[in-house]
Design a protein around this ligand. Structure first.
Ligand code: MN
Length: 500
């Protein structure tokens, strides 16, 4: 359900008329060459679209209007090949709604020391042309990414690839619909928030539905479709013995399949990109949707348990950014701690809802009692994940702004857990559990997160900048005194930046 291959990033080159037609032709040739190289690079998954060299305000404004209107254009790469007086960019930048990256590069990598003459100097002016453009972007107080280096440099291309993926997620979020079955879990604070502010700031729209509306879909599911899905389960997962046709829990599995089909039909009919459930509000559903939620997450839906719509939208964005990359992404919760000195770690899990995109093995399909909610025993996929770097991220409504906080972690090996019937992820946070949890708690970080082994902090920082929300990173360099200062300074900045 996520397809980012049709998205485009427009390649815009700035110059001016003073250079005459000859040099402008060369500028255009260089821009074409860079566009072609980016399109040929397998790291860049979007189509990079060459646009004619910009030399006047009217053309720039028209181009920005066209970018705003385009359903395919997710963002713009701006490159000042030569000097391009920045007042010609002003009107365009002021109306531009799409994110942009300022690529501060130069066509020629090296200065030809023994041959350099004024022709070379006139044609390789990014060094000062880019600064003139940068002044205007800063003068207009615009958030944008700045990437510096030669256009063939691996790191420059990697950063462009990361930014392009982020721009796809941002584009995907604009107008995205999130379905919320019931309200959030009673008395929980962090899953609350201002949905109008979220739509204004991050573009997605959260709509509530009675769980009975979902139950209607589930009740209409045909038996033959259930049988068909059970066959798919059998082909995809390790099926627990207790779930065989003649065994007690076979009916529970059938019910789980029925919920999955009904839930998926509801989401498809309403064109939703994410959803939430709440175990406190399951009227007319036989069991908490566990397996269904896991499988829908694996298809690309965002999800938040207990009515957590902010995490549902965030997970969807993370999944868009990570599309096609190695490693999965899931709804997650810091569940329980291992506090052994020198070996502290977190066991991440949820009641049921961990996405099998993370699994390192064929997941095991099982039915077990759920100790809360008072419903039938739900089906779920049980698995472990591979070791390696990952990241946890959450978004909170701080009352006057949204705050994104992320923590880099390392998934570690643990002994087998024969008695734990849920998918789980053990990790060691950076810089260590004590500092990470202290910083996270000072930041008011949520207990729910989007967890990913596909993307890293740079994606999230880009995303927060596109959204204009606060971004805090807890990583190997985090020091608590500095982090607390950052929190205090940010309070002031966001209070002032918000205005009236
Ligand atoms: Mn929870």
């Amino acid at each position: 359900m996520i397809n980012i291959n049709n998205y485009e990033v427009w390649f815009i080159t700035g110059s001016q008329h003073l250079y005459g037609e000859g040099p402008l032709k060369q500028v255009a040739d260089h821009a074409q060459a860079i566009t072609n190289a980016l399109n040929e690079d397998s790291n860049i998954h979007v189509k990079v679209v060459y646009k004619p060299v910009m030399t006047n305000a009217e053309a720039i404004k028209k181009l920005c209007m066209a970018a705003n209107e385009s359903d395919h254009c997710v963002g713009l790469i701006m490159w000042m090949h030569t000097f391009s007086p920045a007042k010609i960019w002003m009107a365009g930048l002021q109306i531009l709604k799409k994110p942009y990256v300022h690529l501060h590069t130069q066509y020629n990598r090296d200065i030809p020391w023994s041959d350099i003459d004024m022709d070379f100097m006139n044609l390789n002016q990014s060094a000062h042309g880019g600064r003139e453009f940068g002044f205007m972007a800063s003068r207009l107080r615009q958030n944008r990414k700045v990437i510096v280096g030669h256009w063939q440099d691996e790191e420059v291309i990697r950063k462009l690839a990361v930014w392009s993926r982020t721009a796809c997620a941002w584009h995907d979020a604009q107008g995205a619909k999130i379905a919320r079955f019931g309200d959030n879990m009673r008395n929980v604070a962090v899953t609350e928030g201002d949905k109008v502010a979220a739509q204004q700031q991050m573009g997605y729209d959260v709509a509530g539905y009675g769980v009975g509306e979902l139950a209607n879909y589930v009740n209409q599911v045909k038996d033959k479709d259930v049988d068909h899905l059970l066959e798919e389960y059998k082909a995809t997962y390790q099926i627990d013995k207790s779930l065989q046709k003649d065994k007690d829990q076979y009916n529970a599995l059938k019910e789980a399949a029925r919920i999955e089909i009904g839930l998926k039909a509801f989401l498809e009919d309403g064109d939703f990109k994410g959803f939430t459930t709440n175990f406190e509000d399951l009227h007319d559903l036989a069991q908490l949707p566990g397996l269904a939620v896991q499988r829908l997450m694996a298809e690309g839906y965002g999800f938040g348990a207990e009515g957590d719509w902010k995490t549902a939208a965030l997970l969807r964005a993370v999944k868009v950014m990570g599309t096609g990359l190695k490693g999965g992404s899931s709804f997650m919760e810091d569940y329980t701690y291992h506090l052994e000195p020198g070996n502290m770690k977190v066991l991440g899990a949820h009641m049921l809802e961990v996405c099998p995109s993370l699994s390192r093995e064929k997941p095991s399909l099982e039915v077990h009692p759920l100790s809360i909610g008072g419903k039938d025993d739900p089906a779920r996929l049980v698995f472990s994940v591979p070791t390696g770097p990952g990241i946890n991220v959450s978004v909170m409504d701080m009352g006057n702004r949204f705050r994104m906080v992320a923590n880099k972690v390392n998934v570690v090996e643990i002994p087998s857990l024969p008695n734990l019937p849920v998918a789980r992820v053990p990790w060691r946070p950076e810089p260590d559990l004590k500092k990470a949890a202290e910083a996270w708690i000072h930041a008011g970080g949520a207990h729910h997160t989007a967890f990913s082994m596909a993307i890293g902090d740079e994606y999230l920082e880009n995303f927060a900048e596109m959204a204009g929300i606060e971004f805090l990173l807890i990583d190997e360099n985090t020091s608590i005194p500095d982090f607390k200062k950052e929190l205090r300074w940010n309070e002031m900045y966001y209070h002032l930046a918000r205005g009236i």
